[in-house]
Design a protein around this ligand. Sequence first.
Ligand code: HGY
Ligand code: MN
Ligand code: MN
Length: 435
Amino acid sequence: MRNATTVVPDQAIVPDQALVPADAPDTPWINGARLLDRIDRFAEIGGDENGGVTRMGFGPADREARSALVQEAVKAGLEAGIDAGGNVLVRRPDQGAGERPRLLIGSHLDTVANGGRLDGTYGVLAGLEVLQTLHETGTETSHEIVVAAFANEEGALFPQPFWGSMVLAGRLDALPEDPRDYTGAPLREALALTGGDLSRLDTAVWAPGSLAGYLEIHVEQGPVLERLGKPIGVVDSITGRTQLKVEVRGAAGHAGTTPMKGRRDPLVTASQIVLTVRQLAEEQRLCRVATVGRLDVSPNSPNTIAQSVQFDVDLRDSTPHGLAAAEETLRGTLAALAHQGGVEVTAEATIRTAPVLTDRRLRAAVTRSAEELGLAHETLPSGAGHDAQVIADIAPVGMIFVPSTGGVSHVPEEHTAPEDLVTGVDVLLRTVLGL
Ligand code: HGY
Ligand code: MN
Ligand code: MN
């Protein structure tokens, strides 16, 4: 294991060889100081006043982060390009194309509003670090390795989460014809500003079979590894997720002069629906978790009865039938609540990602790498969604987790111990070399 206290600027963190089993294959080590420095620098891009990061997909800060990634890659002697879906793809210059099976390492640079510095970004910078280490040590690999920063994984501004990985995996029919952000602004221009092209998405599709495998390293975003005191997580499954956009339309009116009887107040019905969502998971246990995290009231005036309310429902479960049961039950209550409130309610599914299992061989490869480094590891499911579950359409996928301090994520307090961040990428590098 590395000795994190020996983080010497501009040099690789010298691993404490004593801890590495003597028979571990002699492979290069990543430059931990460089990885940590990049993570710090990228956290400045879209950094907000309370220490979080707001880099919403296809927004200005996201564009800045993508350009920074391209610059880092080029400075490292690597090649970087943008596909029509807006994904940044980085590869070594001397790899040739198509001569060897392709291995993709990816994650995302975009964040939720006021999120953390590691969710997604860690995985992209980990991939860059692995590629740069292989390049500068001239290490040959059995695969052509490509690193992807997938566009708009979170869907924080343009509510089409997993946009980039869905394009690369060829799920074009599942994308909206005319994608727009929450304010109605069209994606076409924003995508073009990143170098993508809405009318040529088909050129960014990788055919099934064109990819030998996909690896993603990510912070756990949960409490398990920290609680167990284990530095490496081997992900066995990734949660399924259904997101519904719900709109409740009533009748606006003066808060002071409109009698209570006869009001058609959409915010009252919306509040009843929010409580119903919670019960789907908490009381009825139909799905693992159910959340309403975003709610827009119009006209949102303190002395006006609302005209309409729009909000998103986020359902998660490890089984398709759990998701289906929760959605069906919710839809069943909408009609009754609409009638009771004298309002109209519509619900449209904006994302449906199936739960996926990771690939057994990739899990074994990650486990082997952790054991070679003498690292404790735990096999666990992911409660968060990831691009990996989309890429699973076209290739076997594997995921590596590192511990999240306090198990929190999507908040400014998101943190992972530096030595865990570095160790995780050494495991990623060894996994790549072991394939
Ligand atoms: O919402 C998720 O699970 C992920 O952070 N996109
Ligand atoms: Mn996230
Ligand atoms: Mn993520």
